[in-house]
Design a protein around this ligand. Sequence first.
Ligand SMILES: N[C@@H](CCC(=O)N[C@@H](CS)C(=O)NCC(=O)O)C(=O)O
Length: 211
Amino acid sequence: MILIGQYDSPFVRRVAVTLHHYHMPFERKPLSVFGDKKEVQAINPLLRVPILILEDGEVLVDSGCIIDYLNERAGPARSMTPAHGSDRRRVLQACAISTGISDKTVALYFERHFHEEAQVSANLDKRLSSQIKTALDALEHQCGTPWFFDNSMTQADVTIGCMISHVKLRLPEFFPADKYPKLHALSRHCEMREEFDAARIGSNETVPKKL
Ligand SMILES: N[C@@H](CCC(=O)N[C@@H](CS)C(=O)NCC(=O)O)C(=O)O
């Protein structure tokens, strides 16, 4: 399998951590949605990463769809997303809030990064900031120990772990450790693991100043 995308994307990284967790070998092409626009768009018309190319050439896009496939391939005994019922729903809901925070973090970072300060929409900035903060507050309230759902590591931990590291990287002022002690502990617990360590952001995995 070939995973396309940079690890400064929390979506690409959660796919990589999942692949490593399941011990599924893959090659990675750290293509940039900015610097390698043509190459990425030729594979995904939406010009977005992650993209996973399977052994037979089939192309999968969207981290949720890719992880759904990897769970199926890992089988129910190893899957980090429970197969049925309330256990499944609570993991998927925590992932939905977490990927939502990542969507808003990417949007706010791009709004600030690609505009001069005077061009940044103050209303959009305020709305995105409030969405990120209130959703982080909700996750902090719900967070267990040592894992988000206490004793077992699930896809919620992978997704929240990658989301927190991305927020710390792009908008560190949104994640003061003293405001989110439970999420901070979860992040440290995740980042100490082998599958997270195997998917560290390279120093060349950045966003150019211009679109
Ligand atoms: N819902 C998608 C979101 C993926 C996403 O937003 N990827 C970003 C990188 S963090 C991207 O490729 N953005 C380029 C663009 O949309 O222009 C997923 O879960 O894979």
